[in-house]
Design a protein around this ligand. Structure first.
Ligand code: NAG
Ligand code: CU
Length: 669
């Protein structure tokens, strides 16, 4: 934990004291069935799986994924309601590679035994491990043809850095676990992504760990190091503005409390989990209803299910760059430790995340999440009553609770925020920052460009190809209970003729309850629409079905052709909204095995069954999309692009909960 260096002595003591309390708390924390696997559980999983594979195969397994096997929803809810004191069985789900085969293993942690071990024979491969990526990127550095290419370009091999890229799928009948290794050049900068060594295609077989094909096609200059420096210490003049004397301190403690992974703040309570694939998982988010004097469930589980990032350059060195960052590299696995006063405000509280290394050993990502109260000078609600003598003036300050993770996937950094508001709103925001992926080019001026360049010339010899980012959220809404329906209402212009009213038009709602999955595939367009998940079995006092509405933010969906291989795999990007009936095994919108997947097991394929979704336990999937056309300001670092959406109560309460928004939790420290 990074301590703020400028704290006065007594405050520093308080902070230290506070963290002693925090660690004390976590050791006393009561177990929750949705808790991520602890280091000791990960260790047990490792022992059990290793023992078993040694027995049957005489080999060590490589762990590609280890995570909580999500317990049955009914078991969790029944445990939660206190109908049973039995916690649901604690199980781990493991994807391991052994003898070049992919095993799906379920480990029971209460009996310390393997419940099932199946070999996966379908298409696609599991998450890549950090070990094999490191090994693959080392290969070219001792491969004579590569060393030759480097020296032919007049470059120094000790200044070369390599990175591995997944290869996608382009209709091949047979596939192998392979990656392409790209190289970049330092020599006077740390901004290696602005100095690609273009034209070399190195393909590495991950199972045999050898280079299986090599091609050096082009002689393109490596862009200059000049003007690529981004470190603040090297900038003259330094970056401003300086916020004079601004502090956000809560020296006593924040006004939220936590018991292990369960967090309570203002009128909210929820569970926060960590998964190597998804990153943060928000579960069992419930909001207190002061009128009913009870917590009412809103979101059973919400997380980023997949990312799809296709590049629009069709040349040999680029066409395959169509990444699935969660399923190929792990959105959570790529998370970076957050730093106080930099990544998160000074008043943040931090949480660690644990994962299994490729050898199964538990590892920690310190400070993988930060949780903080945001009070940024905004108004939650206000009114000045000017019709009354003397005027009444009422203002409520906006305060919200933010959970943050930052995931760095090679050149890109994704800032993922989940924000809870007293108004009942859940807001999800993603910030895209870091560095754009650029391509070396002979061009030094746009006048020279005669043919399709697939991107923008940002600097001499530097083209940033066009690309998209699609993040799809899995939102298992349980609005006041499990059985929900999805209602789409479009705003229709009504024309008036005759003398009924001096008006010529008005608009009204035309509502449709989605019966099946195909009714709920929505691409938002020019017709305004209201998207509401309701519980048709619960009504407000006024008789409206209780609901929560989805307020979309960023607007992009994929405009690639449906028969393009990348699009077949990332088909979820075609619609803003999908609704499916809840199914335990439908978690990853790009498929469980995203690396070189073929679109057989993904959200689009599941929905072809066109199942009923009315008055069912449904999952809403929301695609947050960005078409990224780079501009010169994307050089040499990228301005943050932000997208968001909200889930907001819609006839959920009988009146505005803000009126009586209170903090139920007196600070617990
Ligand atoms: C759950 O999803 C899997 C994968 O799509 C499918 O094979 C299975 O039939 C589904 N179960 C139900 C009850 O729909
Ligand atoms: Cu981008």
């Amino acid at each position: 934990m990074a301590k703020p260096s400028t704290l006065s002595f007594p405050a520093a003591i308080l902070v230290i004291f506070f963290f002693i309390i925090l660690s004390h708390f976590s050791s006393l924390a009561s177990a929750h069935p949705l808790d991520p696997l602890s280091p000791s559980e990960l260790q047990r999983v490792r022992t059990i799986v290793k023992e078993s594979s040694r027995h049957s195969h005489g080999q060590n397994p490589i762990f590609h994924y280890v995570g909580l096997q999500e317990p049955d929803k009914t078991a969790v809810l029944s445990w939660l309601s206190g109908h049973t004191t039995q916690t649901p069985p604690r199980q781990a789900f493991v994807i391991a590679r052994l003898n070049q085969e992919t095993h799906e293993i379920t480990v029971d942690l209460s009996t310390n035994s393997i419940v099932s071990d199946q070999i996966y024979h379908g298409y696609g491969y599991p998450l890549l491990t950090s070990d094999e990526e490191a090994a693959a990127t080392n290969l070219p550095l001792s491969y004579p043809p590569f060393l030759d290419s480097i020296s032919k370009r007049g470059l120094k091999v000790e200044e070369v850095v390599c990175g591995a890229l997944t290869v996608g799928w382009y209709g091949e009948k047979k596939s192998k676990r392979v990656v392409r290794v790209m190289s970049y050049y330092l020599d006077g900068t740390v901004n290696l992504f602005m100095r690609p060594i273009e034209g070399i295609t190195v393909t590495v077989d991950l199972d045999s760990m050898e280079i299986i094909s090599y091609r050096d096609r082009l002689k393109i200059p490596v862009p200059e190091a000049e003007a690529t420096e981004y470190r603040a210490t090297e900038q003259k003049p330094p970056f401003g503005p300086i916020l004079r004397n601004i502090r956000v301190l809560q020296p006593d403690c924040p006004s939220f409390s936590w018991d292990g992974n369960k967090i309570r703040w203002a009128n909210w309570e929820f569970h926060l989990g960590f998964d190597v694939r998804a990153g943060p998982i928000i579960s069992l988010a419930s909001i207190y209803d002061a009128d009913k004097d009870e917590y009412r469930r809103v979101l059973y589980r919400g997380y980023v299910s997949e990312l799809f990032v296709p590049y629009m350059d069709i040349t040999e060195e680029w066409y395959f760059r169509t990444f699935f960052d969660a399923g190929e590299n792990g959105f959570g696995l790529s998370a970076v430790p957050l730093e106080r006063s930099k990544d998160c405000p000074e008043n943040a509280v931090f949480m660690d995340g644990y994962f299994a290394a490729p050898d199964g050993e538990p590892r920690k990502i310190p400070n993988v999440f930060c949780i903080f109260e945001r009070s940024a000078g905004d108004i939650l609600w206000r009114h000045t009553e000017r019709f009354l003598p003397g005027q009444i003036r009422e203002v409520r300050t906006e305060v919200s609770l933010v959970v943050r993770m930052v995931s760095t996937l090679a050149n890109y950094d994704y800032i993922v925020d989940w924000e809870l508001k007293q108004s009942g709103t859940i807001k999800a925001t993603v910030g895209l920052t870091g560095l754009v992926q650029v391509k070396g080019s002979t061009y030094t001026h746009t006048d020279q460009i005669q043919e399709e360049a697939y991107g923008t010339l940002l600097a001499p010899n530097t083209i940033a190809p066009y690309h998209d980012h699609f993040l799809i959220y899995h939102l298992d809404l349980d609005v006041d209970g499990g059985a929900n329906s999805f209602i789409k209402s479009t705003l229709q212009t009504m024309r008036l003729r005759g003398t009924r009213s001096p008006r010529k038009s008005y608009w009204t709602l035309q509502s449709e309850t989605a019966e099946t999955e195909s009714d709920a595939k929505i691409r938002l367009g020019s017709t305004p629409a209201e998207l509401v998940v309701v519980n048709p079995n619960k009504k407000t006092k006024m008789g409206n079905p209780v609901g929560y509405r989805l307020i979309p933010g960023s607007s992009a969906t994929s405009i690639l052709s449906d028969d393009d291989y990348a699009q077949i795999r990332g088909a979820f990007s075609k619609y803003h909204v999908w609704v499916t009936p809840w199914n335990k095994s439908e978690k990853w919108a790009g498929g469980l095995y995203a690396d070189q997947s073929r679109g057989v097991d993904n959200l689009a394929a599941w929905t072809l069954r066109n199942r009923g979704i009315k008055n069912e336990d449904i999952v809403v999937w929301y695609t947050m999309g960005f078409h990224h056309v780079p501009y010169q300001e994307d050089f040499p670092i990228m301005p943050t692009i932000t997208g968001s959406f909200e889930l907001r109560p819609a006839n959920f309460f009988d009146r505005n909960p803000v009126l009586k928004a209170i903090s139920l939790d007196d600070a617990s420290c």
